[in-house]
Design a protein around this ligand. Structure first.
Ligand SMILES: C[S@@+](CC[C@H](N)C(=O)[O-])C[C@H]1O[C@@H](n2cnc3c(N)ncnc32)[C@H](O)[C@@H]1O
Length: 161
C-alpha cells in the first residue's frame, strides 16, 4: 500500500474522512479539491486545474492542502483569510508550523490516534504515517471544533493559543 510520504503520481490525493467534514462543516470553499471526487468537501471547489492558491477565496474555507513544502503557502493564505479550518500533519517542530501556526493561529486541535484518509474512488486508505491536527484562525472556527468535540464526533485535545 502506498503511504503518505510516497512520491507517486497520486500521492496528493488523500481525501479528508467525510465524517470529519460533516462534523466541522459546512464550508463555502475547498481551494484544493480533487478533480474527480466521491463527495463534495464544500459548496465550491478549486482543483489543480484552477490552481486554488492563485484564485480569490470567499467564505468559510476547508483546507486539507497538498503535501510537501508548499503546505505552508496554503496555511499562510488561510492565516490571512482567517475564516475556515485546516487539516494538516502535526509536524509541530518545523519552521513552517512555527511561522504559520504557532505564531498566527487561534487554536490547534490534536487528533487522538492516526486518521485514515480516503482515495478518490471513495475507499478508505490505511493509517496515516503521521499524526494530524486541525488549525483555526478565529473564534467561530475554534467554536466549531469545540462543538464537534463535545458532540463526540472527533476525539483529541483542543489547545487555545
Ligand atoms: C490532501 S488532498 C485533499 C483533498 C480535499 N481538499 C479534501 O479535503 O479531501 C490535496 C488536494 O489538492 C489538490 N491540489 C494540488 N495542487 C493544487 C493546486 N495548485 N490547486 C488546487 N488543488 C490542488 C490535489 O489534487 C488534491 O486533491
Amino acid at each position: 500500500m502506498k503511504n503518505f510520504n510516497s512520491n507517486t503520481a497520486n500521492s496528493q490525493e488523500w481525501l479528508t474522512p467525510p465524517d470529519i467534514l460533516r462534523a466541522l462543516g459546512p464550508f463555502d470553499l475547498d481551494p484544493c479539491a480533487p478533480v474527480s471526487r466521491p463527495w463534495d468537501m464544500a459548496a465550491r471547489h478549486y482543483t489543480v486545474l484552477d490552481d486554488g492558491l492563485s484564485k480569490p477565496w470567499q467564505g468559510r474555507v476547508w483546507l486539507n492542502p497538498p503535501y510537501g513544502s508548499e503546505v505552508f503557502s496554503w496555511l499562510e493564505r488561510l492565516a490571512d483569510h482567517r475564516s475556515g479550518l485546516a487539516l494538516i500533519f502535526a509536524r509541530t517542530e518545523t519552521r513552517g508550523f512555527h511561522r504559520t501556526i504557532w505564531a498566527k493561529a487561534h487554536a490547534v486541535f490534536f487528533f487522538c490516534g492516526r486518521l485514515r484518509f480516503f482515495h478518490v474512488n471513495g475507499t478508505q486508505g490505511g493509517t496515516a504515517n503521521a499524526p494530524s491536527c486541525l488549525v483555526s484562525y478565529g473564534d467561530d472556527d475554534t467554536a466549531s471544533i469545540a462543538a464537534a468535540l463535545d458532540a463526540g464526533h472527533i476525539n483529541g485535545r483542543l489547545v487555545l493559543l
